[in-house]
Design a protein around this ligand. Structure first.
Ligand code: PLP
Length: 355
């Protein structure tokens, strides 16, 4: 409510102009203070931060600024739906690092190394992850940072779920030794602040990079919406006040859904952050797309087919628990009924039921 009121106040004061292209100074200072407090990263609010229309725009201007035609961008898959199209849009070559449920979607240095060629230039990291909820262990994070230094890779760290981590404090790769200068730290207000429609995000990076990104931003967006920027200053004033209880609620919903999927006999990796769960439905005789379509038609429950998140997502569906707990309980009941019907129709899959 106080974020919404800050926006209303800015509107009533008719603060409806353009802003500085990189964002209002109060917001950039608040972002710099947050990075310092949470990750002990020093960023200069005047030259190393750009405020964008969502993390989405930050992703786009980063890739457009960084890539030459044919440059390879590595990203772990299953992943956020936009990475591959945006890399192509920026004339880069997408290189998925495919992860599987057997490892709990664990990204390791070795997995990345297996996909590296001399054309590799950028590595995208998104932890906690959309769609799996997976997170990086500190040991893997350090080993991946080491690889980036050795192979001169820039990292695009999509930290949009950073506050929604169930175990341990924030940990960005940018905070590791000699990583700040090769990392673009991306964030936004859509997830932990639930401000999706405000369309506000930001990127922090070394000044020459921000300067290159700024040119693209300046000629496409000019600036992020001023009312949203004013609201975001308020959002950053005491973030944990609302985020801590929100995270706790997500944790409870996660535990509930985890139990529900176990009861249904659907294997699922335990999410360590974000608000998604990625159960395996690949033994039920349908593609993930057909599963999602039939679940929608027959039970009025919406999930996203795993194939939307890349080939490595096939056989899974993404369930979001950013919905009211009552709705989630009802959805779980309906999914269980649907799965039971599928199994009854194809009894040979019944062996996947728990004993
Ligand atoms: N990055 C990831 C991993 C996301 O899941 C999303 C939205 O779902 C975005 C970026 C885009 O966020 P925004 O609303 O800030 O543009």
């Amino acid at each position: 409510d106080y974020v919404f009121e800050a926006m209303q106040k800015a509107l009533s004061e008719k603060r409806i102009q353009y802003t500085a292209w990189t964002g209002i100074p109060e917001l950039r200072s608040a972002i710099a203070a947050k990075l310092k407090q949470e990750n002990n990263i020093d960023v200069d609010p005047d030259s190393e931060i750009i405020v964008t229309s969502g993390a989405q725009e930050a992703l786009m201007v980063t890739l457009m600024a960084l890539l030459n035609p044919g440059d390879e961008v590595l990203f772990h898959e299953p992943c956020y739906v936009s990475y591959e199209p945006l890399i192509r849009l920026a004339h880069g070559r997408p290189v998925p690092v495919r992860l599987g449920r057997e490892s709990g979607f664990r990204l390791t240095r070795e997995r990345i190394e297996a996909c590296l060629t001399p054309a590799a230039r950028v590595l995208i990291l998104n932890f906690p992850n959309n769609p799996t909820g997976a997170d990086l262990d500190p040991g893997d994070l350090a080993a991946i940072a080491d690889l980036c230094r050795q192979r001169d890779l820039l990292v695009l760290a999509d930290e949009i779920y950073g506050e929604l981590r169930y175990e341990g404090p924030p940990r960005s790769i940018a905070a590791l030794p000699e990583m700040r200068e090769r990392t673009v730290f991306l964030h936004g207000f859509s997830k932990a602040w639930a401000m999706t429609g405000y369309r506000l995000g930001y990127a922090c990076a070394p000044a020459p990079l921000i300067d290159a990104m700024m040119r693209i931003h300046q000629y496409t967006m000019l600036c992020a919406p001023i009312l949203s920027q004013e609201a975001a200053v308020e959002a950053l004033r005491e973030p944990e006040r609302d985020i801590a209880p929100m995270r706790e609620t997500y944790r409870q919903r996660r535990n509930y859904l985890l139990h529900a999927f176990h009861q249904m006999g659907l294997p699922v990796a335990e999410p360590r952050g974000a608000f998604y769960m990625f159960p395996w439905v690949g033994d039920l005789g349908l593609t993930s797309r057909d599963f999602a379509l039939r679940l929608l038609e027959e039970e009025r429950v919406a999930v996203v087919p795993g194939s939307a998140f890349g080939a490595a997502g096939e056989g899974h569906v993404r369930c979001s628990y950013a919905a009211a707990t009552d709705l989630i309980r009802e959805a779980a009941r309906r999914i269980a009924a649907f799965v039971a019907r599928l199994r009854a129709a194809a009894p040979e899959t019944a062996r996947t039921l728990p004993s």
